[in-house]
Design a protein around this ligand. Sequence first.
Ligand SMILES: NC(=O)c1ccc[n+]([C@@H]2O[C@H](COP(=O)([O-])OP(=O)(O)OC[C@H]3O[C@@H](n4cnc5c(N)ncnc54)[C@H](OP(=O)(O)O)[C@@H]3O)[C@@H](O)[C@H]2O)c1
Length: 265
Amino acid sequence: MNQQVALVTGASHGFGKAIAQRLTQAGYIVYGTSRSARPDMDSVRMRVLELTDAASVAACVEGIRAEAGRIDLLVNNAGRLQLSLLEEAPLEDVDLLFQTNFLGVARVTNAVLPIIRRQRAGRVIIIGSLNGLIGISGMGYTSAIKHALEGYAEALKLEVEGFGIQVSIVEPSFFKTDVYERRIESDILRIDDYDSLRTIIHAGLEKDSRAGDDPALVAEKVLEIARAPQPRLRYTVGKSAAMLATMKRLMPERWFLSGLRSRLK
Ligand SMILES: NC(=O)c1ccc[n+]([C@@H]2O[C@H](COP(=O)([O-])OP(=O)(O)OC[C@H]3O[C@@H](n4cnc5c(N)ncnc54)[C@H](OP(=O)(O)O)[C@@H]3O)[C@@H](O)[C@H]2O)c1
């Protein structure tokens, strides 16, 4: 059988870098992307792709199709973080987050789907987040957009499975990457009423990000999904992710919210 071809968006850092490297070790031909031109990384063939720019996405995917002839696995990983209380967020930042983390995924998926539909076989894996299952205060817009990706992935799975295309979404909890430092951040609209809540939330989020897991776990999970004969739609990964997702599903809402509320004191 021919070597499988994978496209991993956002392969210059964090999860994407770990995923791209793990897939090459597992025998895939891997194309990775970054917003800027970068030399190939080990065996990962780096290409330029800007999620917010439809022409950049189209040129990148067409270049890979012309060179490799096929794409068997798309890992929609690239994305950013936006931290702020909801009322304090500059809406231009929210717009950029949506353009990047939601429409960016749709742009790349729509560019790749014609290739894998023609093949009648392929996989799309979306890197969602635990905060696509739980609305996390202090990263509410990031949460809202990851919730949107949950609906997107579920609907997509049913629309394309008839063409032999498998769709899965991965829901990592907190991991040690540079996403926190590289977040979208202009000056917040500071509202005095939120001063103490803001301080508590930011201290909590910083603590969570320092205690994060190793991105290699996410890379291993992606490989497991890529190889699964019948992959599920949803996969949690990381400390407490499965437990929190189950608690949210099974606990009375009042109890679950009081658990979240206790983080804000
Ligand atoms: N870290 C966590 O705890 C965590 C938890 C749950 C989910 N996630 C999700 O995991 C994914 C990867 O996050 P990470 O933690 O690995 O972040 P990261 O270390 O900051 O890496 C983000 C990657 O995305 C690329 N990227 C950013 N903006 C882009 C744009 N506009 N167009 C194209 N590429 C862009 C970056 O490439 P360049 O900068 O080179 O362009 C980089 O390779 C994101 O979707 C994030 O929401 C992360």
